[in-house]
Design a protein around this ligand. Sequence first.
Ligand code: GLU
Length: 459
Amino acid sequence: MASSTSKIVQESLEALLDDKSFLPELTGKTREKAFTSLVSILSTPNHVNKSFLRIALENGKVTRVPSFRVQHNNILGPYKGGIRFHESVNEDEVANLASLMTLKNALHEVPFGGGKGGVVINPRDYSDKELYMICKKYVQYFSEILGPDKDIPAPDVGTGDREMDWMMGEYKSIRPGSSYRGSFTGKSVINGGSLGRREATGKGVYFTFRYMLHNFVKDQKKWLSERKNIFAGTALDHMDKTLSLAFQGFGNVGSVAALEAFQCNHLNNKIVAVSDRNVTLYNSDGLDIPGLVKFTSSSGGDLPVDEEQLKEAEVKATIKDRDDVLSLNVDVLFLVALENQVYQENMKQVKANIIVEGANAPVTSGADKYLSEKGVIIVPDILANAGGVIVSYFEWLQGRETQFFTEEEVFKRLFDKMKETFDTIFPQFFGDPFPLRQNCYIHAVMKISTILYKQGKLY
Ligand code: GLU
């Protein structure tokens, strides 16, 4: 496990070791030994699988593409987590992301373990036919370790329902006669996917923020007054004031979260900035998010990059550099792009009082420490972006029963499930000194540790 996650897991276990009400059956030397086991189990993946997929390119050449499937832990159920197609994919990153899946599923009581896959390519450099071959080969190379009760991949950065459909198709061909619907989630609806899966992560990200502010922060008079120096004069201190929001990332997750924020009538939101791999768009009076969503649906996903395209989109905005989104004077910054976006060199420029992690691990551990100590509330990835895997779980269930929920039912179940987590985590957070991330980790680690103990795995 890369250092950031394992460090917080370790700190969480240290706090739990001292908390004698947690696993009170374990005392003295036995307790110490069990906790040493826990550190080693949680900071190491069970399996790291690596293959070089051999792909025949359309130009006649043959290439080898490095690819991974890391299976971190399956004490709570089959391994579960996305497969990303990105040129920066590497073993440590996939292992770290797999461990985050273990914690995410434990935190939200999803009966899955944690896994993650990756293929080291920039999908934009490959034709559809080549991408299809990559998907097929991925399943062929890893078919022994995948399956509805073993390890269930889903989309992640650079993949979507098209790739999951191809992969499930290949899985079915390799294992005729065996159950296949639950082998991949995030499939297209016609191919056994769940309604609402595409929007689930983005909707969940915004819902986490909305629920925290609307149902908790506004009632925390004492908590807010202790933080007067940070929040005084801001919209967090006066909820009737307008909240200014910026979104880094306008892909499948960011655009849905921004649209939710735009349409929300529980809070006074104004989305002043959105960004993608090319630009930041800024408008202090608020951006026309539906207009931008419409534009990106016909531009291959990219935001307008010049005046001409802004005119075409009928959107008023100033075009800024891509990374400017991070340092704007806003109340809330949603990080919905990639990992390691806020780090040592740029953390001091962040002015937002709340950061919501829609992406996995977008804030490095050093930046996390610095910002948390400054009083910034960081709503962590495993809390905020679980909507995708929660609806993946519904998809897996629906595939078993071949009974499908309506979209309304899916979102109701999603929000109910997330609320259950929030109603445990937020009161805890406002009552004790740990940052929100650590609260979430402690909660997840408690669940995993208890099950490991009950199954006799702590020796
Ligand atoms: N890739 C998503 C995540 O990081 C979804 C995983 C899933 O649905 O299994 O949570």
